[in-house]
Ligand binder design. Sequence first.
Ligand SMILES: Cc1ncc(COP(=O)(O)O)c(C=O)c1O
Length: 396
Amino acid sequence: MMRYASVTDRLAGLGSDKWAVHIRAREMKRAGHEIIELTIGEPDIPTPTDMLDVAEHAMRTGRTGYSNGRGEPGVLAALSAKYTARTGRAIGPEHILCFPGTQTALSLVMLGLAEEGDEIITGDPLYATYDGVVRATGATRVSVPLRPENGFRMQAADLEKAVTPKSRVLLLNTPHNPTGAVLSAKEVAEIGEVCRRHNLWIVSDEVYELLIFDGSFASPLDQPELADRTIAVASISKSHAAPGFRSGWCVGPAEFTQKLLPLSESMLFGVQPFIADMTAYALGQPSAAAATMRESYFRRAQLISKRLDGIAGIGADVPQAGMFILADIRATGLSGNDFAMRLLEEEHVAVMPGESFGDNLAGYLRLSLSVADDKIDAACAGIVRLATRLQQRKSA
Ligand SMILES: Cc1ncc(COP(=O)(O)O)c(C=O)c1O
């Protein structure tokens, strides 16, 4: 029998049950059923053609060699400009490392900060891959409840209760997936104060920075008193409708990036120069793609909220940001899992159960906004029909 490292056990079967509805929806599609799929969130517009032109030109003019571990000079300069302008402090290339997407950035950053015996704190609900990111390090995940009555925004008092002597890192996500919650600068400062008191790192997942409908973006990276303990991670996946290019980065203290560089080099040996050129170009101007997505996702969120409002006790508040809306179906008496599975079988509408994103989202559904308006409308009709049937059954 061959032996494997314990990391394979820690990650085995991770989350496959969370995707049961999505997997069943794909099966039904293959069997010929027409399914309206609101499970996955992925930009529904193509990567802008001017970006593709830059990547193609770069490829054709020899930008296909090896890069270096930190990133190509052009993209480092573009990121320096972005974060210097945003933070009001000088953020040079020594503060930055490029990675293939936020996901890689999260994983490698976390490997540099925590290990077995440590605790990493996240909100609950949380983005589905965070469990794997934490477990890969060997650390244990500890949750802070994100409460509907606070608009799912993490509160410093709740964080304080989750801290133990083993806590090393707070993994913060604003704007938040799946709730769309956007932390205010005051909330970030209060959360940061707890982290300062307990000497915690803050890893700030900011992939939805440009997809805010309501409120303004605040990051611990932008607060000078938190800068020495904050590492922000982001990418062009959402902001520029370019998830397949896998172009992301982290920004943090120079000492941190220097310490992490050998790990990044040993794993990645640099990222693709032609994609770096495309990313540098994209970061050099306002994102028209983000403006388009903000407009359509906000419109669809309003549409869903209006359609579901008060039907059989259901509610769906318009989120502050992102690519999803949550529907509160607790009044139907069904769990999110049971409602979502019945919705798929009976109405051929696929949505994610809230439970897939943590215990605190039990009795909710997550609906993707990156689907055309007519499909959104038909999905709402299916939800209304099922909820109405459930209510009639209850009162009969
Ligand atoms: C909160 C959050 N973080 C990270 C990612 C991954 O982004 P990337 O494509 O940059 O790896 C996603 C993608 O859905 C996300 O929702």
